[in-house]
Design a protein around this ligand. Structure first.
Ligand code: NIG
Ligand code: FE
Length: 424
């Protein structure tokens, strides 16, 4: 991450300033709908952090004293930058052929068996150089910034062998130096079984544990460890082995859980103290209660349901009503969710999962920051927090999901520095 901007900025006269102020814990139940709105609000930043937040008139004298650069936000909403807590940013090429096959009637799992799917992405990634992978990902990162995302988690997972998994995480390290965005690396070694290990999942798990996890930990290439626990992917027993090995090496677990079938992976996430359980389409009522009673963030990824053309979506309302800490993310990946636009995810979450506009904003900021163990620094606009904010060209935050499929973001600020401005 480049250095923060020392220069003070004064973002003033926001029609609505969404502070999301509160303790650095995830919002649950009715609190998810509390955005801490200040009308005619302002934010004063300096040295990359937020100095003050309040009504514009209360901050004007100090802004003058600091000779802060003024950004007028009349008629606009100012809010925390989006935290996208689940992406598969680094891949080669696309899976547009899979997309068309699916539109003609094949399922995600049938396509994977027929030579498409994650294994196809792994073939492409194996042939790509680090420079090629970084160039494609860097272009995506510019789009993330232009759509209001200031922090994103990035998983490996298209390597399917130690060399290519490490290569992927080294690309993430390169991007962390070059991009103004904050990238949080996750080792997703158990994503799909490499063809050479067909029928021998435990042998592949053994390879991951002996040859990959210790090296990733030693080189500090990841913070988290993930696995795809599902039919056609890895069993709960294999995932437990991988996640426990990760934990012994200082990596924090998170889990792709209950997406295509219920495997019990959400219970495993709770038991292992995972930061999040993601997808959760097939939860039972008892699973919902167990998640709600736990600190594990329930991260919903409805972009994948949309792109796969599923009618069924994760049970967002039941999770919220039970008191679970719900977050939203794009799941940006070539196979099931090729969108990097968090605003689009908010629209789908409202229309298809009946979340309210206020709930989706909390889920995409403070709760997502908590899912990445960064709620003390990110996810809300409060003095002392990092100056990560976005200016949206709407006069009412509810219009962000309502005017769906647009990009409302006109300015993105990361660590007090303007990294994207629509006016140039
Ligand atoms: O989150 N579910 C597993 N991983 C991705 C899909 C990856 C792919 O198909 O390339 C997901 O949906
Ligand atoms: Fe995913």
């Amino acid at each position: 991450m480049p250095t923060p901007s020392r220069r003070p900025f004064f973002f003033r006269h926001a029609e609505q300033l969404l502070t999301l102020a509160g303790a650095p814990v995830p919002r649950r139940g009715a609190d998810l709908g509390e955005l801490g709105i200040i009308p005619d609000g302002a934010v004063l930043t300096g040295n990359g952090v937020i100095l003050r937040v309040g009504p514009t008139t209360h901050l004007e004298a100090e802004a003058r004293r600091l000779r802060a650069r003024i950004v007028d936000c009349r008629g606009q909403v100012v809010m925390p930058g989006f935290v996208d807590s689940h992406t598969h940013l680094v891949f080669a090429g696309s899976r547009v052929e899979d997309y068309e096959r699916r539109l003609r009637g094949m399922t995600y799992e049938e396509i994977a068996k027929a030579g498409g799917g994650i294994r196809y992405s792994a073939q492409l990634l194996g042939k790509a150089s680090k420079q090629q992978l970084a160039a494609q990902a860097a272009a995506f990162l510019r789009e993330f910034a232009a759509h209001g995302t200031t922090t994103l988690e990035v998983k490996s997972g298209y390597g399917l062998d130690p060399v290519n998994e490490i290569k992927t995480l080294e690309v993430v390290r390169l991007l962390r130096r070059r991009s103004p965005l904050e990238l949080v690396p996750t080792l997703l070694a158990a994503h799909a079984l490499p063809p050479a290990y067909e029928g021998r999942a435990p042998a592949y798990v053994d390879l991951v544990i002996r040859r990959l996890i210790p090296r990733v930990a030693r080189k500090r290439l990841a913070e988290f460890i993930d696995c795809f626990c599902d039919r056609g992917a890895f069993s709960p027993a294999d995932c437990r082995t991988v996640l426990e090995a990760g934990r012994r090496n200082g990596l924090i677990p998170r889990v792709h859980a209950e997406q295509l079938v219920r495997t019990g992976a959400s219970r495993l996430a709770i038991e292992l103290g995972a930061a999040s359980a993601d997808h959760l389409d097939q939860l039972t009522g008892a699973d919902i209660r167990a998640l709600a009673a736990s600190p594990v963030v329930a991260t919903l990824l409805p972009g994948s349901n949309f792109h796969l053309g599923f009618r069924k979506y994760p049970p967002a309302r039941r999770l919220i009503e039970a008191g679970a800490a719900v977050a939203l993310a794009t799941d940006f990946n070539p196979g099931t969710s090729p969108t990097l636009n968090m605003q689009f995810i908010l629209s789908i979450s409202c229309s298809a999962m009946r979340m309210t506009p206020a709930e989706v904003i909390s889920a995409a900021t403070i709760n997502a920051a908590y899912a990445l163990r960064r709620a003390g620094r990110l996810g809300s606009l409060e003095p002392g927090k990092q100056a990560d904010l976005i200016v949206m060209d709407v006069d009412d935050y509810r219009k962000i999901p309502y005017y769906c499929g647009w990009n409302h973001c006109v300015m993105t600020v990361k660590r007090g520095r303007i990294i994207y401005s629509r006016k140039g």
